[in-house]
Structures are given as C-alpha cells and as structure tokens.
Write a new protein. Structure first.
Length: 114
C-alpha cells in the first residue's frame, strides 16, 4: 500500500472514530431525584414494586429508545399526564443513568419491605 493511501485511510478512520460517539448526559438534578422518589412511593403504595422492578430491569437496555417512543406518542399520551411530568420522564429515560437510578430506588424499597 502506498504511503498516500495509508495517510488517507488513517485520516478517514480518525474522523470515523467519533462518528457514533454519544455525549455524556448531564447528571440528574435534585428535582428529578425527588420526582423518582415520588414515583417509587406510589408504586410502593400499590405493592407493585417487585413487578415494576422486573419490568424496568428489562427496559434498561432500551431506555433511550423508550424515551424517543414517548416523544412520538406524546400527542396520544399527553392528555393523560401532566405536561411537566411527561417531559421529565422523557428526560430521565434519555439519560443513561436515569433508569438505573430508578431501578436502584425500587430495589431499595424491596429490601426495606423484606
């Protein structure tokens, strides 16, 4: 391979290196954490924390896709929820750590109940 082709290919790969990079999400703020506490307490009152934990564990790999699905479904689901809460759920799901924190809170409730 000639030197010129080698330079072009290395330049191409150096540019491609960041093509699919996803920037780190901002950490959840205190309001988001309080919102998650409110949701976990509602789930606890209904005694649905174990099924919810299973469901959200399954959803973990798809949390960003789920947030985008909620954006698409907003015209249909929006009337059933407060707009502020709906937007907050989308924000939390789009954050990679958001769903993990929520599941950890649910597991904390599970361990307290045992």
């Amino acid at each position: 391979m000639s030197e010129q082709k080698l330079k072009k290919s290395s330049s191409f790969f150096s540019r491609l290196k960041y093509a699919f990079a996803v920037k780190d999400a901002e950490p959840l703020n205190q309001d988001d954490l309080e919102f998650l506490d409110k949701i976990t307490n509602k789930i606890k009152r209904r005694r649905m924390n174990i099924p919810a934990g299973f469901f959200f564990h399954m959803l973990t790999p798809l949390n960003f896709i789920s947030s985008q699905a909620l954006v698409v479904l907003e015209p249909l689901l929006g009337p059933f929820f407060k707009e502020e809460d709906y937007k907050r759920v989308i924000k939390i799901l789009s954050n990679r750590e958001g769903l993990k924190i929520f599941v950890d809170k649910l597991e904390g409730i599970n361990s307290k109940n045992e």
